[in-house]
Design a protein around this ligand. Structure first.
Ligand code: COA
Length: 156
């Protein structure tokens, strides 16, 4: 299935807000509705949001801080994967990994040398997912105590 990242518009917003992770995953990521509210509220964090599609089916949501001036511990950057969620029904099919690959290619094309993200540690959380993709801990924590990891982006 071809994965694409599409803008969120009046036409698809309701379908994206309706996407859900599993109940036991909710402690690792908030809802899409909350993420869009955060994007509106923290404009200084330079939010960049996209819907993840598999073919013509909306399957997930991704949000970055796009080339932001870092102000740790609350604003991490310049290139920070802020939210990533694949709907429960569509997990385990490679869509999350493909989303991260596409985001990495997009920001590398903008001159990024590393993509940062953070996660809540815990059983059933995304630590292993990011490790498999090549993210390594920076040794720092964000303002909420989340573990910050980085993916080095090669220049080739
Ligand atoms: C984490 C998440 C984005 C992964 O998306 P996904 O589409 O299910 O993952 P993929 O199918 O692309 O998996 C890619 C690889 O990571 C592995 N993987 C996926 N989730 C994993 C997890 N929680 N722990 C360890 N490994 C994991 C897969 O087995 C796969 O490995 P492989 O390449 O060896 O086959 C998704 O499960 C999700 O939305 N979870 C809830 C929200 C969340 O935690 N978001 C991230 C923090 S903001």
């Amino acid at each position: 299935m071809v994965v694409t990242l599409r803008e969120i518009t009046d036409e698809n917003r309701a379908a994206i807000i309706a996407l859900r992770v599993a109940p036991e995953q909710e402690r690792f990521v908030g809802s899409v509705r909350d993420a869009l509210a955060d994007a509106a509220r923290y404009a200084h964090a330079k939010p960049w949001c996209r819907a993840v599609y598999a073919g013509d089916e909306p399957v997930g949501f991704v949000m970055l801080s796009w080339n932001v001036s870092p102000r740790p511990p609350d604003v991490i950057g310049p290139w920070f994967l802020w939210k990533l969620a694949i709907d429960e029904r569509y997990q385990g099919r490679g869509y999350g990994a493909e989303t991260v690959r596409q985001v990495a290619a997009l920001v590398r094309a903008e001159g990024a040398t590393q993509l940062l993200t953070s996660y809540v540690p815990g059983d059933g959380g995304p630590a292993g997912f990011y490790r498999r993709l090549g993210f390594t801990p920076t040794g720092e924590l964000d303002g909420s105590g989340e573990i910050i990891v980085r993916l080095a982006l090669s220049e080739t």
